[in-house]
Ligand binder design. Structure first.
Ligand code: TEU
Ligand code: CA
Length: 559
């Protein structure tokens, strides 16, 4: 059965997406690394959950300097993940269940082991030289002061040809030169290759970074700690995206989700306004970065969080669209990040966060394991981490004596990307049922109590709360398309908003705390009936203008 309504060009607005990080999802052959056949073995689980789309993090051939975000061959499957035949089987299995597939398009940079870069570094007059960004030294050093996100300069010296190449991320991730029309056409061809196989579209990695600033001037000092604002505002990014839309996305009717790292609220509509023909929607970083400054954890308040939700909704406007998410492979676990992962509150707060994400005027993106309330890993030592970002910053900050090891580790314990990358917890069996071998990254020791087998068997579980939310969203257009209104932006503990479409109005009430409270609905509102609740306490009767909110209670009312 095909879920995608062909008459509706913007079918993805009504969809719910589930992100799979293949390395950590399911291992089918006992080598400790998740793979495509492992995903295929879990398709019934995804179908029962009720998701419409899977976003697969990179599955391409890669030396794994950044777990696949460094691609060596855009047309090959990573050997550890399986073969092209395995990919085709997976895609067929998804389609048979009415689930679309979007894949990761990582084309701001490639791997330094990509054939293009191997050519490019041969000589200054190699035909592939201009596929990347090479510059002469300035005063015997790098061409400018750009920093890399993974520590140190964004320029790497190449003695063989006596020039530097640009890399916003690891040295093994050289940035492609989008000024070169040949590069743009190569990217279109890669996109067509996968679209011809039947993928529905792409999640586009750091896509605003593809246009570099003219002349590559130094960053002003105030941008040195956060270069993303400058990297995301190159002069030709919209031209490149409009060309890509015209050449590839529009003819295939493909969906495109941009990772809008560095894009501010004013600029966001330029990427997503459908009249401009660029992207379908974007991920904003303002929620997941609310409580952090790079690797540092910083305090946040609920009114700040609510203000960001309102701003994001406004950037969508009536011609754009957004992606709603609280977790992905680059962030700590949602329940540890914005909920409360202590035993008493973990399940309730995870359900409250799911209620928030699944009642936004945006396409919800769920990250693997968050539907089980998977929590942060109890990291203690630097050796326990895998992430290239963690290690690069350790070398730059701790080994140089700028930041004490204990301080860096204390912040990483809250902010590291590796929290999201520990293996999926399928059961109480050894290694959480993820592998029969030795997992590539340690399984969270809480898996005997927090796993899919236990939760699929328990109707009150976080997993089943997600199922109910997905079903409610599917049957309630107001929760997808209805106007979003925060009705109490200043309240320090209650998140209250309405979703209104014509005469259909809903109220979402979320208690973001461990204290019960009596809440008088603003503006004379009265509830009609509770349509979904997370079981934290009782719901209010029809006609009530006051509601008792138990700790972490989350209720959707019809008004
Ligand atoms: O991440 C974009 C990005 O810059 C950050 O989210 C990144 O995780 C880092 O923390 C910045 O300090 C995308 C991918 O999602 C990420 O996994 C890759 O490492 C990165 O691009 C490079 O491809
Ligand atoms: Ca494997």
């Amino acid at each position: 059965m095909e879920k995608r309504p062909l008459s509706n060009a913007a079918w993805w607005k009504d969809a719910v997406v589930y992100q799979i990080y293949p390395r950590s999802f399911m291992d089918s052959n006992g080598d400790g690394i998740g793979d495509l056949n492992g995903i295929r073995a879990k398709l019934d689980y995804l179908q029962e959950l009720g998701v419409d789309v899977v976003w697969l993090s990179p599955h391409f051939d890669s030396p794994n300097a950044d777990n696949g975000y460094d691609i060596r061959d855009y047309r090959q499957v990573m050997a550890e993940f399986g073969s092209m035949a395995d990919f085709d089987h997976l895609l067929a299995g998804l389609k048979a269940r009415g689930i679309q597939l979007i894949i990761d398009l990582v084309v701001n940079h490639s791997s330094d082991e990509h054939a293009w870069f191997q050519q490019s570094r041969q000589s200054r007059d190699n035909p592939y030289r201009d596929y990347y960004i090479w510059r002469d030294p300035v005063d015997g050093g790098p061409p400018n002061n750009y920093p890399s996100f993974f520590g140190g300069s964004a320029w790497q010296w190449d003695a063989h040809t006596g020039q530097y190449y640009l890399h916003y991320f690891a040295t093994k991730q050289p940035d492609l030169n989008w000024e070169n029309p040949a590069v743009r056409h190569e990217v279109y061809e890669v996109m067509r290759f996968w679209l011809d196989k039947g993928v529905a579209g792409f999640r586009m990695d750091v896509i605003p970074f593809i246009s570099k600033q003219d002349g590559l001037p130094n960053l002003p000092p105030e941008h040195l700690a956060h270069p993303e604002a400058v990297y995301a505002s190159g002069p030709r990014v919209h031209q490149y995206l409009q060309d890509m839309h015209r050449e590839v996305l529009a003819p295939y009717g493909a969906v495109a989700v941009g990772e809008a790292f560095g894009v501010d609220f004013a600029a966001a509509p330029l990427f997503t306004d459908a009249r401009r023909g660029e992207l379908s929607m974007v991920f904003h970083f303002d929620i997941v970065r609310l409580d952090r400054d790079n690797w540092r954890k910083i305090p946040w308040t609920l009114p700040q969080l609510k203000a960001v939700y309102t701003r994001i909704d406004q950037t969508g406007g009536s011609h754009g669209w957004n992606a709603a998410f609280l977790g992905n492979h680059d962030n700590p676990r949602a329940v540890s990040h914005f909920g409360d992962d202590r035993p008493a509150w973990r399940a309730l707060s995870a359900k409250a966060l799911a209620t928030l994400t699944l009642t936004q005027r945006a396409t919800p993106f769920l990250y693997q394991g968050d539907e089980l309330g998977m929590a942060n890993y109890p990291f203690e030592r630097i050796e326990q981490y895998d992430d290239v970002e963690v290690k690069g910053n350790w070398r730059m900050l701790v080994e140089t004596g700028q930041v004490p090891a204990a301080e860096y580790l204390a912040h990483l314990r809250e902010t590291s990307r590796d929290h999201a990358r520990t293996p999926m917890q399928w059961s109480a069996d050894a290694h959480a049922g993820f592998t029969t071998g030795t997992p590539w990254l340690a399984v969270n020791p809480d898996y005997p109590d927090w796993n899919a087998a236990a939760q699929t068997a328990d109707p009150q579980s976080i997993y089943h709360h997600h199922r109910r939310l997905l079903a409610l969203r599917r049957s309630t257009p107001a929760l997808v398309h209805g106007a979003y209104q925060d009705i109490d932006p200043a309240h320090p503990q209650v998140f209250a908003y309405t979703r209104t479409l014509g005469e259909h109005a809903y109220l979402v009430l979320l208690n973001f705390g461990t204290e019960a409270l009596r809440y008088a609905l603003p503006g004379g509102l009265r509830v009609a009936e509770a349509v979904l609740d997370n079981g934290a306490g009782d719901t209010a009767a029809a006609g009530a203008s006051q509601v008792l909110l138990a700790p972490w209670q989350a209720t959707v009312y019809r008004l």
